[in-house]
Design a binder for this molecule. Structure first.
Ligand code: PGA
Length: 260
């Protein structure tokens, strides 16, 4: 794992945007994996700025989102469809026919999940997958005890995750219980995983992810098995890492060719 600690979320997000932008410039037909929640918002703002000011071109990019709430229509303000179009897709020149987000209204959910996996495969796999992390260590909506080999499927949210998202829905009782999420096995196949974590509330989950055992109890820890997993943290999210000094030293002493 590559642990990159920056003073704040904005600086970490700008670095994440540079990594995404480089991928798209090198391959205009890149396949990007996007995440929702609060964490990637500064990254999306920076990608929008790069599109508007630097001509970053998303016209040939394909995208896959990690997850969606079951039962929410794309027009529902709390759906991840709505969030992605408001914060990113509606503000860059991505082609709507190359945007994939799990369908929360699918009638046959297992079939929709299989089709989602097939679409990722047909697109050639995901080049860069953006990830957030839940306070319970989830990535996507792979809650603790998710199979480390899991594929896109329906999951039931933990009470902790529903509490964490209650403010956006105006009450915990309004947060759906079920979601469709890419699996941990799906995420592991992305060629680069870029996990962003900001704030003290994420510090314990980040420490377990990086320095604890690989365990389904901390789903993000499966990234220890990934060849190119980059964690972009602010100081608060890094505050419980025992070996933070080592990660800072590695980062500060990279040869030029290895700099992110
Ligand atoms: P957040 O959610 O970015 O809103 O904290 C992260 C997650 O649950 O994966």
């Amino acid at each position: 794992m590559e642990i990159l600690i920056r003073p704040d979320a904005d600086q970490a997000s700008r670095l994440a945007a540079r990594i995404v932008a480089r991928t798209v410039r090198q391959n205009p037909r890149a396949v990007l994996g996007f995440a929702t929640g609060q964490t990637p918002l500064p990254l999306y703002r920076e990608l929008v700025r790069m599109h508007r000011e630097d001509g970053l071109d998303f016209s040939a990019v394909t995208s896959f989102n990690l997850d969606e709430y079951v039962g929410l229509a794309p027009s529902h303000p709390q759906s991840y469809h709505a969030a992605m179009w408001a914060n990113l897709f509606g503000r860059i020149n991505i082609a709507p026919e190359r945007v994939f987000i799990p369908d929360g209204l699918a009638v046959d959910i297992p079939a929709a999940c299989r089709a989602y996996e097939e679409s990722i495969r047909k697109a050639g796999g995901i080049d860069v997958q953006i990830l957030g992390i839940g306070t319970d260590g989830h990535i996507g909506f792979n809650e603790p005890t998710s199979s480390l080999a899991s594929r896109t499927r329906i999951k039931t949210l933990t009470a902790q995750t529903r509490r964490d998202n209650a403010e956006f829905f105006g009450g915990e009782y309004k947060v759906p219980h079920h979601v469709i999420t890419m699996g941990l096995g799906t995420i592991l196949e992305a060629r680069t995983c870029l996990l962003l974590a900001f704030g003290k509330t994420k510090a314990a989950a980040v420490a377990k992810t990086v320095e604890g055992p690989v365990t389904a109890m901390v789903p993000a820890s499966v990234l220890q098995l990934h060849q190119r997993a980059i964690l972009l943290l602010d100081e608060d999210a890094a505050s419980e890492l025992e070996r933070a000094d080592y990660y800072r030293f590695v980062d500060a002493n990279k040869p030029d060719w290895q700099k992110p």
